[in-house]
Design a protein around this ligand. Sequence first.
Ligand SMILES: Nc1ncnc2c1ncn2[C@@H]1O[C@H](COP(=O)(O)OP(=O)(O)O)[C@@H](O)[C@H]1O
Ligand SMILES: [Mg+2]
Length: 471
Amino acid sequence: MSNWNRSSVLLRRTVGYSAAAALLCTGVSVLFLVFVGGKDADAARDRVTGAWDRAVPLIRQGYLPAELPAGRDIAIQVLDTRHQVVSATPQLAGRPPMATFHATSASVHAERVLCPPAGLKGCMTVFSYKVYQPDGPWILYVAVPTVPWYGSTEALSFAIGMSLLATAMTAAGTFYVTRRDMSAVDVIRTELAEITATHLHRRVPVAHNHQEEIKLLAGTVNDTLDRLEGAYKQLRQFTSDASHDLRSPLTAMRAQLEEALMHPHDIDWPRTATAVLAGVDRLQAIVTDLLTLAKLDARAPLDLRPTDLGRLVNSELDRRTYRVEIVRDLQRNVIVDCDRLRITRLLVNLLDNAARHAASQITVSVRADGPTATLEVLDDGAGIAPEDRERVFDRFTRLEASRHRDAGGTGLGLAIAREIAEAHQGTLTIQDSERGARFVLRLPVRKAPQIAGRSEHHAGHSDFLGLPVPR
Ligand SMILES: Nc1ncnc2c1ncn2[C@@H]1O[C@H](COP(=O)(O)OP(=O)(O)O)[C@@H](O)[C@H]1O
Ligand SMILES: [Mg+2]
């Protein structure tokens, strides 16, 4: 990320979050101020009622002093029937009436905001009460400062102050967290940019003080790097094994040709040509297997078709001849979705191996175990030791005993077979057996839609395989 982009992201995020915080604070402040304003208005009313409570008995009983006791934020005047001020709180002593309005005959009380009432300062709410006396109605004026909707200036300053503080803290927090996370991402980015095929062992740092998402990101990046490193090591090993296996026959062929050219007249050319041709065959076999693997690695699409596995195996066995006896135990109507060419290739690889290692017999069986179709190739040879049963599926792995038995193998047959199984969402493993090696292929059975008439397909003339039905 360029510096300009960084600053822009930082600015946008900080401004965005601060604006949201300011909006929220404004909302909360308004609610708070309305509440405080309401409380203050109630308190003012209580003071007015208190003043009324104290003044009215004094008026009625005739004990009204000329100067009423001073109260906090309250001004009182009592007017007689001639509207002469007969009593007042100290700040209105000797002053004319603070207001001219009074309650109508219909009510005993009226209220108005005056800015200011006569003889006072600021806006005040003036309450006027009629107090009935034997000589006629007297008037009691009580004035209290008008309470604004926000209560007091102190409350307003407090709310504004707190809102500014919260917004500033949000801005600072957002700025800090965003900058910290961006630096964490920057470290990951820089490290990733420096990783090349020769530095695949490097990993991005996972710091504990980072946000959970950043830690997850770093963890995922490292897992991906682990897998890449593993795949790359495998590829390197494969390339080196492949080159080695291709070089051996080339070296042998070269030696044969050079020797022949040294004594061109004494040499048996047809024999030399046959020997060189054997080398060419071997090279061809390796290259063909490598191409097959490359296609499987590239996940070339499979030509999947519903297939009766037993019939497919049966027809393949019919087409081949082996030096050992082949026993067939093939269940019918085990239908799988498969690429027939590929599954045949897998079967042939297993059969060729079995034929090479069997003493006298190979048993091939097909059956359905619930949702799984199982194909087994069992021989009566020396078998494969449990510790080698995974290794033999690695590319170019040939166990010592086989090298003597057949120098022509490529060590790729089982790797190809397993790739084919996995491309079909299946598995290929070596299982325990009393004698010899037991290769087990498991494939998912085709989930046939239960449509009426479907059973006809199973009857033998189906489109599952245009091949003869096994007897
Ligand atoms: N049926 C079997 N019995 C014993 N060993 C086997 C059998 N099938 C495969 N193997 C071992 O697994 C190795 C790998 O097999 P494969 O990948 O087909 O390579 P290749 O057949 O070219 O040697 C063989 O070299 C052999 O050592
Ligand atoms: Mg083989």
